[in-house]
Every structure is written in C-alpha cells, then in structure tokens.
Write a protein that binds this ligand. Structure first.
Ligand code: ADP
Length: 480
C-alpha cells in the first residue's frame, strides 16, 4: 500500500506541537506493516537545511501563480517530498508566524499551495509514486481532499486528521478565486463557512474519512462546547469519524537509552531517576529535598489551563512541593508564572522558550507532571510522562481521559492506576487533585507502584498504527 501524508510540520525537521510528532512517527510505524508512506511538507529554511542530497522530482511552474518544485529526500527513516517554493516558504520566522509572532497574511496561499501539491501527487503527477490513499493533517493540509474531490484524484480515498479543532484556517471570501477551485466548491457542502472560506471545514466535507486523535475527543467535538462551530459538520459525518489515540516514538523517548537525560533507568530499575531528579533541580535552581517536583512542559495558553497554575502555587509550596516550568506562549501567562518563580526562588523555576532536550530531562526528573487542559485532543506530554515514570496529573478530557488511569479507590485496589485525573478544570478541581497527589506521594511504595504501572503502559504506535492501517485498507477496498 502506498500512502501520501501531507503535513505542515514533521518531526525532526520542523515542530511547533504534537502534530509534528505524529506526522514524523506514524510513517515509521506503518512501514513495519508494509505501508510505504511519502510525506509532503513545506520547504521552510529549517527543513531545506536538513536535507541531504535532495533531488528534484517534479516541477510545479505555476502553483497558484508561484514557481515551485518538489524535492525528494530522506531524513531519519522518512521518505520526504519537500515543497520548495521560496516565495511562500523562505521566511525568517516560524512555520506560521513571522518574527513578531503574527500570522503571515498569506497563510491561506501557503497552505493551499501545499494542499494543491498533495492533490497533484494524488493524481499521479509524480513518476513512480501514485498513492493508494492520501492522509492530510489539520487545516493546513485540509484543502488536499478538497482539491482531490473537485479534480482528477476524486477516486483516491483520503483521510483528514484533526489534531486540534480550535485551529480551522478560516479566511475571507475574497481569497476564493485565487484558490483555483471550481465556483461550485464555494457552497455549504464545500469550503464555504459562514460566508468565509474554511479550510478545515472544506476538508471535513470532502475527505473519505475523518479521524481525530482520541476516542473521547471524537465524541467531544460532536458537542458545541468542543466543536468550535464545526460540531454540525462533524455530526453530519459522524459515520465517517474515528478516534485513534496517538502513540509516541518509543525509541526517541526511552529512559533506558535517552542521551538527553542525566542517567538511564527503566521500570525494572528506577535508581537512575534520582540523578535525573537532582540534575533537574540543579537546572531550575530548586532546593534538593524530598518534596515532590511537579513539572509543566507546555504551550502557555488558556487551552492548557495554565491560568490555573498561579492560583495553586501556595497549595504546592505549603506542602513542600516544587515546580519546574518549561514553556512559552501567552505573554500575560508567561509573565504571571515568571513572577511566581521570582517570588519563590528555590521552590519554583521557570525556563521560557522551546527546549526539546530539557523537556526530556523534565520527564526523567520530575515526580509528577501537571496537564490541566480545558480540552486536549490527545496530548503527548502525558504519554512521555507515563513512559518516564513521571506521574501525570491530568484533566479528565479528550486523550488525557483515554490514556491515564485515575488512581481512584477501585483502580488502586486493582493495582492498575497510572496517574491522577480531575474533572472540573478549575482552581478547586486542580487543588483537589494536588491533595490526592500529596497523599499518594507520602506512601513511597504506592507511588513507586503507580510510576511503574505507567511505565508498563503501551504508549507506542503499535496499536494505533494497526488501527490506521485497518482504516486505510477498508477505504481502499471501498473505492476499488
Ligand atoms: P500541543 O500539540 O497541543 O501543544 P501536545 O501535548 O500534543 O500539545 O504536544 C506538545 C509537544 O510539544 C510535546 O512533545 C511536548 O513535549 C512539546 N513541548 C511543548 N512545549 C514545549 C517546550 N516549551 N519545550 C519543549 N517541548 C515542548
């Protein structure tokens, strides 16, 4: 089976969030099932720099009016097709935002071009690779199934994965002519969205199947509270909707071999954790004492519940806890957390910005990680935490609810608990969860058991890759 995956970020080439991890890891897991995936992504400067011996494989002299070409390259086991289009992607800022943190005004064109290139490949434009199925990720690639549906690749099945429905790619109707779609695509069952052009909306109407990254989130986005305006569209396609939990790259994230942590360890022998804990405390200038170290590795946003943290600082510190924060995002939240760190030196440490290596040490050294998200399609940090014996303390929503087994009375009796869940995402809810954490942490034997139980959980891609492979096969069979 040949699959084309289309994504705007792919680890390890370019990453701003969980989408990159999935787009980078799923093809590798599918390879073991005999599925050949090529991954199409934009040629941002950071991507172009990482390519070794790229080969031009398709000229696209007029891609929405821009001169472009596809480069074939390999990187860390991935078969890449890089869309080299300097007018759209050769920029000094990030994938979506300029150096001042503002959306590029032509993001619609940048990602329509990516999607159109995907559709061209689906049509068979690339010599030697005609995909049996196209898998597009998030709004940035969501026009791929749209271009396929209204073009020559309408018979090729497609899957659109929603990693976060909050990001929809909605633009004014004035861009529609420049998308080069037929006029009838600007309709309710096409890309028209409340008078605007909706990239994700159009993709949801056009893809053969829709997946999202956990069964709970698949149910939640049918409701107005989580559907962000698209709940009606999703409900109309509910019979084509699947929830498949993400896995993690269990090789990169393995405490027994991870070169980014201070000392290796495993579930069988947790001894090395103490050295990671000490290294973490040093890095964040935290006191070396027995109180639990809580960590946060997150975008600092309202979605992630980061506004709750300043309100629970006293609860953490008054019981001897400490807090290590790694994140960046909303400047007001960043400021509030930095100010808490300044007021409580030795007890709260904070590093702003994005730091992949430090995020590994945090999973290896912290006792518990706080993930109080208001919504969380899947969440990856809690999966890394499980693998590293860092007990996840999570809101009961989306993928967090699906991947962490709450240490309630029954689960403790059955000895299957892997973390702590709390259901009202509020200061009170989080305080209650912290209360539980301190009680469990005080019982060292029990705490170690919860850590080890988490480390035993299968958070790899194996099961999820099986489910994607099954879905791909059924869609291909249906269209055969
Ligand atoms: P989202 O994609 O919504 O941001 P996820 O939990 O699905 O949330 O994925 C976030 C990913 O980004 C994880 O791999 C997490 O470790 C990583 N991450 C988030 N913030 C940082 C940071 N400041 N430094 C390093 N890694 C981070």
């Amino acid at each position: 089976m040949k699959v084309l995956s289309v994504a705007s970020e792919v680890y390890p080439l370019v990453k701003t969030g969980g989408l990159a991890d999935v787009a980078g890891a799923l093809p590798l897991a599918l390879k073991e099932q005999g599925i050949e995936t090529k991954t199409l992504l934009p040629g941002y400067p950071a991507v172009m720099q990482m390519l070794e011996k790229p080969v031009e494989c398709l000229a696209l002299p007029d891609l929405l009016g821009e001169k472009a070409r596809l480069l074939a390259a390999h990187c860390k086991g991935l078969d890449l097709l890089v869309l080299d289009c300097p007018a759209l992607f050769e920029r000094a800022g990030g994938p979506y935002l300029d150096a001042t943190g503002t959306d590029y005004t032509d993001n619609w064109k940048r990602f329509a071009a990516l999607s159109l290139a995907g559709a061209r490949i689906a049509e068979g434009a690339l010599k030697g690779f005609r995909p049996d199925l196209v898998h597009a990720h998030d709004w940035q690639a969501a026009l791929t199934p749209v271009y396929m549906r209204y073009g020559a690749a309408h018979a090729v099945p497609s899957v659109l994965t929603i990693h976060n429905i909050a990001f929809q790619g909605q633009f004014g109707p004035d861009i529609f002519p420049a998308l080069h779609l037929p006029p009838h695509a600007f309709a309710m069952d096409g890309v028209e969205y409340y008078g605007d052009v909706g990239f994700l909306k159009g993709g949801l109407q056009s893809a053969s199947a829709i997946t999202t990254v956990s069964p709970s989130y698949a149910r939640e986005i049918l409701e107005p509270a989580f559907g962000m305006g698209l709940e009606g569209v999703i409900a109309a396609r509910a019979n084509a909707l699947y929830g498949i939990v993400n896995g993690i790259d269990a090789e990169t994230w393995d405490p027994a071999t991870d070169p980014m942590i201070a000392a290796p360890y495993s579930a069988a022998n947790l001894k090395g954790r103490a050295r990671n804990r000490a290294a973490l405390a040093d890095h964040f200038h935290l006191d070396h004492d027995d109180g639990p170290i809580f960590s946060i590795v997150s975008r600092l946003t309202w979605q992630k519940g980061m506004d709750l943290i300043p309100a629970v600082v006293d609860d953490i510190l008054s019981r001897g806890g400490k807090l290590a924060i790694l994140g960046s995002g909303d400047s007001a939240l960043e400021g509030a957390l930095l100010s808490a760190a300044h007021s409580h030196r030795g007890r709260i440490g904070m590093v702003t910005g994005y730091n992949e290596a430090l995020s590994h040490l945090m999973q290896a050294g912290a006792d518990a990680i706080l993930v109080p998200s208001r919504f969380e399609p899947c969440g990856l940090t809690q999966l890394y935490a499980l693998r590293y014996g860092c007990v996840p303390v999570v809101a009961r929503t989306g993928g967090l609810a699906d991947t962490v087994i709450d240490a309630n009375h029954a689960a403790l009796q059955a000895r299957c608990a892997t973390g702590i869940q709390f259901s009202s995402v509020s200061v009170e809810g989080l305080k209650q969860a912290l209360h539980t954490v301190f009680a469990l942490y005080a019982d060292k034997k029990l705490w170690t058991h919860i850590q080890k139980q988490g480390m035993k959980a299968d958070v790899s891609w194996n099961r999820s890759a099986d489910r994607y492979a099954g879905l791909y096969s059924s869609l291909i069979q249906k269209t055969a």
